[in-house]
Design a protein around this ligand. Sequence first.
Ligand code: PEP
Length: 257
Amino acid sequence: MNRRYRKTIIAGNWKMNKTLTETKAFAEEFKPLLNRPRWCDVVLCVPFVNLQAAIRLFKDSKVSIAAENCHYESSGAYTGEVSAEMLKDIGVKYVIIGHSERRQYYNETDFTVNKKVRAALDAGLRPIICVGESLEQRELGVTMELIAYQVKCALSGVSAEKVRHVVFAYEPIWAIGTGKTATSQEAQDVCEFIRSIIRKLYGARVARAVTIQYGGSMNPKNAFELLGQPDVDGGLIGGASLKPDQFMEIINAANQD
Ligand code: PEP
């Protein structure tokens, strides 16, 4: 983290978890835990159907609510889809773009990621762009090439003014939901590398202002060390964000000096 230049952001990704009833129960348990001053921003990414309720429930608690995906067109004949404008209009602040589960199960490509990133920014949402390598790609030694490709594709056509609103999440696929975490050095190396790509594209001032998270089995035990790395500016947290006490422990780990 480097709070002098950029925001630390701790974001929970609920994926396809929690009914409306469970969302209300989470808020009841979690909100009283948010009583200490915080140095990080807190975001909860929830299923579409629970967005409005979550926005209401967390209205006075400085927790921003995010969607987990959006379409790249603003309206039209796309049955079952939701546009960035629709999200913005109900008070959503962030949207996850290009999560590896969407790349794997729903044919999300670097091309659609780019279109969605631009649509989100145009609508006034902050995209949380997920990039990361598979185990095979890491073992083949092509992690950095792949990350550079994903970052450049995601940012194609994005202005320097708008790129300040972008958040990156480095999420090695082999670490998501597996209990295997990247070492803090591996996370730092890739987050630093992502910043170097942004620097080449937009210059040093822009690059140092962009928040770059790590995601992949982050939990209360490993959060402190991961967040202690200079280029790891927060976390995108799946499993551990479903439990108020665990999520809060990770938020507290971001409060380190
Ligand atoms: C994720 O869903 O982005 C994620 C990192 O999940 P988990 O923390 O469960 O590995």
